[in-house]
Design a protein around this ligand. Structure first.
Ligand SMILES: Nc1ncnc2c1ncn2[C@@H]1O[C@H](COP(=O)(O)OP(=O)(O)OP(=O)(O)O)[C@@H](O)[C@H]1O
Length: 358
């Protein structure tokens, strides 16, 4: 007897997305189903290309069809993704999800995390933009080998001038550093900085983006207020180091996102420089700045702990030479970034699904 579309879909109704808590057919994730004798092919459309459960879901589909339809079926599943967005964003409508990368203290590795997350998500196939909003020390130009680069502009049919982000490693980039002399300090006054930042969002030709990552200045200040109150934000990622002084500031930074007027989902805490590993003894981990501080902090605020990044020379070298370490797919650090990016993308997809349900 021929296999029908209904039989296959009925089988796939048994496969539940563990995050979204619904089956794949109800979630409309099964596309382009075609059947020829025992050959069944379809596309599984995920909510993010960085989905950490890709393989698990694919296997579950295989098993469901073999079990409920025909154990001799030849199954071919193609995986694609369509990144979701909160359904209440009329502003910046082509930018699906804005992710803030924040830290209580300077120098803890916020720009390193923002740059490497951008590289990782882009390598997964997402459309990614990165705004360096660090008015005190924009480091994205250095981290992407773009010191001295100047974005060009174009005029729209309506006569509006749009800044063209610079593209590198498949990421669209804009930094306040592109508009200043790297050797001259720019003493930004509050309103001036806020206007400059708003322009990077509103007056740039971003095109369509799945994720726009924003590298914030350290601490809590004008820029944070401007961005959180002017644009729809998917969530904030908090970077800390293990020292008590860093953790104390991180608590304040984290609490800011919870304030009533701000109220932005905290996607989780990343502990950078968590331990030192000598290159020749990779099994040895030295917790020179203290252990599990980031984990404890995440637990005390009841937010996810996204992972640890060790103190490794390759990160500084990569940052200084314009090649973020996540570009080297074989490195341990790159694997760590990949896991963290997956968790972040996964949580955004869950939040978007919850919002569209209400
Ligand atoms: N895990 C790490 N291992 C080694 N070096 C690191 C690590 N994380 C960051 N660094 C280095 O530390 C320096 C500061 O990092 P980064 O610029 O990312 O921090 P930041 O928090 O953004 O600082 P700022 O306060 O200036 O914005 C850089 O030289 C970077 O390459």
């Amino acid at each position: 007897m021929n296999i029908s579309n209904e039989q296959v879909l009925a089988a796939l109704r048994n496969v539940e997305d563990p995050d979204l808590k619904k089956d794949l057919v109800t979630l409309n994730m099964i596309k382009e189903l075609s059947i020829e004798d025992k050959k069944i092919s379809f596309t599984l459309e995920l909510t993010t290309p960085a989905c950490p459960m890709k393989d698990m879901l694919k296997n579950a589909c295989f098993n469901a069809i073999k079990h409920f339809v025909d154990k001799e079926a030849e199954i071919n599943i193609k995986i694609t993704s369509r990144v979701t967005k909160p359904n209440d964003t009329t502003q910046l409508k082509d930018i699906k999800n804005i992710i803030l990368v924040s830290s209580g203290k300077g120098g803890v590795g916020k720009s390193t995390v923002a740059s490497n997350l951008a590289v990782t998500l882009a390598a997964d196939g997402a459309k990614v933009g990165l705004i360096d909003a660090d008015i005190y020390g924009p480091s994205v130009p250095t981290m992407f080998g773009l010191l001295g680069a100047k974005p060009s502009a174009r005029e729209t049919a309506e006569g509006k001038t749009l800044i063209l982000p610079i593209e590198k490693y498949g990421i669209k980039l804009l930094s306040l550093g592109f508009f200043a002399d790297p050797d001259q300090p720019v003493p930004w006054r509050g309103p001036m900085a806020s206007n400059a930042i708003k322009q990077l969002f509103n007056d740039a030709d971003w095109g369509e983006l799945d994720y726009l990552i924003v590298d914030l200045p350290p601490g809590t200040g004008d820029i944070h207020i401007t961005i959180t109150q002017s644009f729809p934000i998917a969530g904030a990622v908090i970077v800390t180091t293990p020292q008590q002084v860093a953790l104390a500031d991180t608590r304040k930074g984290l609490a800011m996102f919870r304030m009533p007027g701000i109220n932005i989902p905290v996607l989780g805490v990343i502990e950078n420089m968590a331990y030192f590993t000598p290159e020749e003894l990779p099994e040895n981990k030295y917790y020179i700045f203290g252990k599990d501080g980031g984990k404890a902090l995440a637990a005390s605020f009841d937010v996810p702990f996204l992972g640890e990044i060790p103190l490794v020379q390759g990160i500084t070298e990569g940052g200084d030479s314009g090649t973020p370490i996540a570009m080297d797919k074989a490195s341990q650090t790159s694997i760590a970034f990949s896991e963290m990016a997956g968790k972040i993308a996964q949580q955004i997809a869950i939040n978007n699904a919850l919002r569209s349900d209400c």
